[in-house]
Design a protein around this ligand. Structure first.
Ligand code: SF4
Ligand code: MG
Length: 336
């Protein structure tokens, strides 16, 4: 069994003074060892929230209100706070867009890496921990590691800090890495380098990765499969090629159209998806994308569409795809 993480019908709500916001509204997916799943969607689609709930880092007033999260057969939602702390870093690590959220400005790089290791392996000696830390820094492409170990985060460039954060995330060899837009703030060259590096380390360690991003170029680069989120729902899911070449949901198509293409000379124009994101306090009845969808039909405004299988492990929640199925059935009917 190569299943690492299994999420089923996960629901996360934020209980605000203005009312309940269903930030994640019943999503299901698996991540296997050795597999990279991209999660795409605009900000506010719930893509970070669902990842934070896996590692027990949901901020108040966020709460898991339904569903299950199973990691190597263990029920994650029944773990205590202490169990979760032990679990983070060792089994699951998370890296963020802003490295300063995980690096402590008052400790040296070496100190932080050594402490991260010791937190998960009390028997490791200081020398051994230092050796491992330097090896990890080298692996993330940092030179002069002895000097770097003695430096503080502010003494490093942005790209270097990002690499240090990745080293922090990987030093305990987690089985699952959650990367929340980790390269967004970097320039394109460093971004490409870091993606290469993550791919390499992922293969080496057989890690599963959940890669959260709004950049489909990054998805094409690194992901095996993709989950597309809109207004707390997973509106489409599938192998990366299916999502790019045979998207089934109008929102996915919109994302692909709005994706900047790097051509020989320049970036093509961006075609934004029209309309504004859903008001999560008052979401529409039926399909959440209906107010922005050029294909919206009456039923879209009344009922959430079911998932329709479009291929192996490829499904989309859209009434158009239900229609396709019905037409297909009609064709078969008239042939026989
Ligand atoms: Fe558009 Fe209807 Fe499909 Fe929603 S279900 S994406 S509104 S066609
Ligand atoms: Mg986010």
């Amino acid at each position: 069994n190569d299943k690492l993480l299994e999420v089923r019908d996960l629901k996360v709500s934020f209980f605000t003074p203005a009312g309940e916001v269903k930030a994640v509204n019943g999503i299901s997916y698996d991540v296997n060892y050795d597999e990279v799943m991209g999660v795409v969607g605009e900000s506010g689609s719930g893509k970070s929230v669902e990842a934070y709930s896996i590692i027990g880092l949901l901020q108040n007033p966020g709460k898991v209100v339904g569903g299950s999260i199973t990691f190597e057969g263990q029920d994650m939602l029944s773990k205590t706070k202490d169990e979760m702390i032990a679990f983070r870093g060792k089994e699951v690590a998370m890296i963020f867009q802003n490295p300063m959220t995980c690096l402590n400005p008052v400790y040296t790089i070496g100190n932080q890496l050594v402490e991260a290791l010791k937190a998960h392996d009390k028997n490791v000696s200081k020398e051994d921990a230092e050796k491992q830390a330097m090896k990890m820094l080298e692996e993330v492409g940092i030179n002069n590691v002895e000097k770097r170990m003695k430096q503080y985060p502010h003494e490093l460039s942005g790209g270097m800090r990002q690499r240090v954060m990745i080293a922090m995330g990987l030093i305990c060899h987690p089985k699952l890495l959650i990367a929340d837009e980790p390269t967004t703030a970097l320039d394109v060259t460093i971004q490409a380098q870091i993606l290469e590096l993550m791919k390499k380390l992922q293969k080496q360690n057989h890690m599963g990765i959940i890669f959260i991003t709004h950049n489909l170029g990054v998805v094409a680069e690194i992901c095996d499969k993709v989950s597309v989120m809109y207004a707390g729902k997973m509106v489409e899911q599938g192998p990366v090629d299916d999502i790019f070449y045979n998207p089934g949901h109008p929102y996915t198509k919109g994302l692909l159209r709005s994706m900047p293409r790097v051509d020989a000379e320049s970036y093509e124009r961006l075609i934004p998806i029209e309309g504004s994101p859903v008001d999560m306090l008052n979401p529409p009845e039926g399909c959440p994308f209906a107010p922005r969808c050029e294909h919206a039909m009456k039923i879209c405004l009344q009922q959430m569409p079911p998932y329709v299988e479009m291929g192996e492990n490829h499904r989309a929640a859209c009434w158009l795809r239900v229609q396709d199925c019905l037409e297909e059935a009609k064709k078969v009917d008239t042939q026989t």
